[in-house]
Ligand binder design. Structure first.
Ligand code: ATP
Length: 234
């Protein structure tokens, strides 16, 4: 069985009418590793993330997350996953801390542990000083950090990050990378989608290509080949 794999996908297909968004994907993510799902716009990265959280249901293939089969056991899998969507869906009228509190309830963290869980998430995301700020007063980078902190509040075994740094300036991207480094150091398994090759190279133990459009395939494959060689060569 796949008890050392946090994610195991075999032959996964997802179609939207005539469009095949994910075409026969095989993917292994071993526990404790960070895997980067690389691909150009439209390659199926977000669809793969949605399949992993059972927000979308595959037409074909086998999916296991943390040893649970999807979609049948998706509720059990989701309880141990942290997810950051590509689009910021924070509650802008609430403060940083209140956003975390709402999620601590959603994830059923017991009353006795709630305070410590929120403090830890604030510290990891470097938002302790901004705990009382309303979300609509935060910078874009802070909001993105909060989005990740919110996904960590229940200490998930697996974190799914859908393009966590898209559209951010280089300095803010570095801040996000530091946060992802912290998570990795704690041994959390991470699957991160990105279309930045340098991001996958910097953060992931293993970049995995998801390629859809002919034009992009060649470049990406070539760049991934270089990455692979550098990694293999140490
Ligand atoms: P991006 O980086 O732009 O987010 P992506 O790699 O995440 O791209 P997806 O959003 O997974 O790609 O989309 C893959 C393909 O599936 C695209 O052609 C997209 O138009 C199509 N698609 C995704 N979701 C739907 C949907 N709900 N209905 C119809 N088509 C969809």
């Amino acid at each position: 069985m796949s008890d050392q794999l946090a994610i195991r996908l075999r032959g996964v297909v997802k179609r939207y009418g005539p469009i095949t968004a994910v075409n026969g994907l095989d993917l292994d993510v071993p526990e404790g590793t960070c895997v980067g799902l690389l691909g150009p716009n439209g390659a199926g990265k977000s669809t793969t993330m949605r399949l992993l959280t059972a927000q979308a249901i595959a037409d074909e293939g086998e999916l296991e997350v943390l040893g649970f089969r999807l979609p049948e056991e998706s509720k059990a899998a989701r309880a141990q996953c942290g997810v950051t969507p590509q689009l910021d869906n924070l509650d802008t009228m609430l403060t940083v801390e209140q956003n975390l509190l709402v999620f601590s309830h959603l994830y059923r963290i017991g009353r006795a542990d709630r305070r410590a869980a929120i403090e830890r998430a604030l510290e990891m995301a470097n938002l302790v000083d901004r705990r009382d700020s309303r979300v609509d007063k935060l910078s874009g980078g802070m909001r993105r950090r909060l989005l990740i902190a919110r996904a960590l509040v229940h200490r998930p075994r697996l974190v799914l990050l859908d393009e966590p740094t898209v559209g951010l300036d280089p300095q803010v991207r570095q801040e996000l990378w530091a946060l992802i480094d912290l998570l990795r150091a704690e041994g959390t398994t991470i699957l991160m989608s990105t279309h930045y090759i340098e991001e996958a190279e910097r953060l992931a133990d293993r970049p995995v290509a998801l390629v859809a459009r002919e034009e992009a395939v060649e470049n990406l494959a070539a760049r991934l080949g270089q990455l692979g060689q550098r990694r293999l060569g140490g």
